[in-house]
Design a binder for this molecule. Structure first.
Ligand code: AMP
Ligand code: MG
Length: 391
């Protein structure tokens, strides 16, 4: 049986980056940039006011000023200020061509057509042309994952069709004679399918969605269910060696190469990894806690490799509030945990999972505590990006 470290190495070697494609900005969330994105112009495009107030000449001194006009956010002022003049100006508005100084309105007293300014506080309260990004400067580097802030930047530079690494097409098969849809009242012997919902939530932060289908434990039906032009197949259940566990067999007879079908991992030992050409498949042991762990330690890596992110991951040394719960085991163990802030420090609380079928123990889990056979432990935060850089 191979170690998790070896299993991750095999995944990293077998799964390659997907090709670059153009996507609409509105459909880019979660995708990885395949090219640098550059500023289309200077940003800001002109010197702009940072305040609501009055603009005076840069060489003016405090005193009384004649109000020569008003500049709103969409105006383009055409003439400079004369000596002794001020203009009313609003946040974001463009300064007169010769520049100036903005004084916030709290410092100004208006008297009809004049304004008294007793004091010029620093700074000039101007966002100068090109001070945030010069035209042509790289504003988002290749390999950046597009989140909310990156979408805002793409919009600002007018990059409405970013070139990204194509996101994998996912297919999920929940296998098991016992499974019924969540909306169904299970008859005796049946249980509700929870893994389809779990996996849909796990892939969502990667900007991925998933078509899920349920199949009985039947090799022919399963083989049919695998048809299609997907990149990543996740087969839930049927991972073990029981009489009804057909996952690996069906993959083998469908022409897949099985790279491993067991990992020295707890929970999640019967995890299977296979490839066929550019297609990648996992058979994931059916219990929800196993699913959760296998996703974070193995499947996420395959998704990241497809997106061009390397296989590194980083752990934190965190105090565990309920350390006695964690019993070392000959298998490398990943304990679901909740990391929170206590008096300014991060602290991990191990979840009390008695069996890997205990979905309820996963409530608000945001970390995994990795426990080595000798009891050493380190914590993986699940909501953070791994440190892996672009390849
Ligand atoms: P298996 O990997 O098929 O041996 O399944 C292991 C355990 O996980 C069994 O108790 C199954 O009933 C359960 N299980 C399998 N698939 C699912 C699923 N989609 N949702 C909830 N439980 C499942
Ligand atoms: Mg089963």
């Amino acid at each position: 049986m191979i170690s998790l470290g070896e299993a991750r190495q095999v995944i990293a070697e077998c799964v390659s980056r997907l090709p670059a494609v153009k996507v609409a900005l509105g459909d880019s969330f979660g995708a990885m940039l395949a090219e640098d994105v550059r500023a289309d112009a200077d940003h800001p495009s002109a010197d702009r006011s940072m305040m609501d107030g009055y603009v005076v000449r840069a060489d003016a001194a405090p005193g009384s000023f004649r109000i020569a006009g008003e500049i709103a956010a969409s105006d383009v002022p055409l003439r400079d200020l004369e000596n002794g003049e001020a203009m009313r100006i609003f946040t974001g508005a463009i300064l007169p061509p010769g520049g100036g100084r903005v004084v916030m309105q709290e410092e100004c007293t208006r008297n009809g057509g004049t304004v008294e300014i007793g004091n010029f506080p620093e700074p000039l309260f101007i966002r100068t042309k090109g001070s945030e990004a010069k035209s042509g400067a790289v504003v988002l580097g290749k390999g950046t994952r597009i989140g909310a802030t990156e979408m805002a930047i793409l919009a600002q530079v007018g990059c409405v069709e970013p070139t990204v690494i194509r996101r994998p097409v996912l297919k999920h098969i929940a296998s098991g004679d016992e499974l019924v849809a969540p909306e169904t009242q299970p008859a005796p012997g049946k249980i509700r399918d929870t893994n389809s919902s779990l996996l849909a939530g796990l892939v969502a932060p990667f900007g991925l969605s998933m078509a899920s289908e349920r199949f009985p434990d039947d090799t022919e039906a399963l083989a049919k269910g695998m048809d299609g032009g997907w990149d990543l197949l996740l087969l839930s259940g049927g991972a073990s060696v029981g009489d009804h566990d057909h996952g690996a067999d069906v993959l083998r007879s469908s022409g897949f190469e099985i790279h491993f079908d067991k990992v020295n991992l707890r929970p999640g030992k019967p995890l299977t990894f296979a490839t066929r050409g550019k297609q990648t498949a996992f058979v994931i042991p059916g219990n929800p806690v196993s699913h959760f762990v296998c996703f974070h330690v193995a499947i996420r890596l395959a998704i990241e490799m497809m997106g061009g992110i390397g296989p590194q991951w980083d752990f934190l040394d965190l105090e565990i509030s309920n350390r006695s719960l964690i019993k070392p085991n000959p298998r490398e163990t990943f304990w679901p945990a909740r990391v929170s802030i206590s008096e300014g420090n991060l602290i991990a609380e191990a979840r009390n999972w008695s069996t890997s079928g205990d979905t309820f123990s996963l409530t608000e889990t945001n970390a995994l505590i990795r426990v080595d056979p000798d009891g050493r432990h380190r914590t993986l935060l699940l909501d953070l990006p791994h440190s892996g850089r672009t390849r």
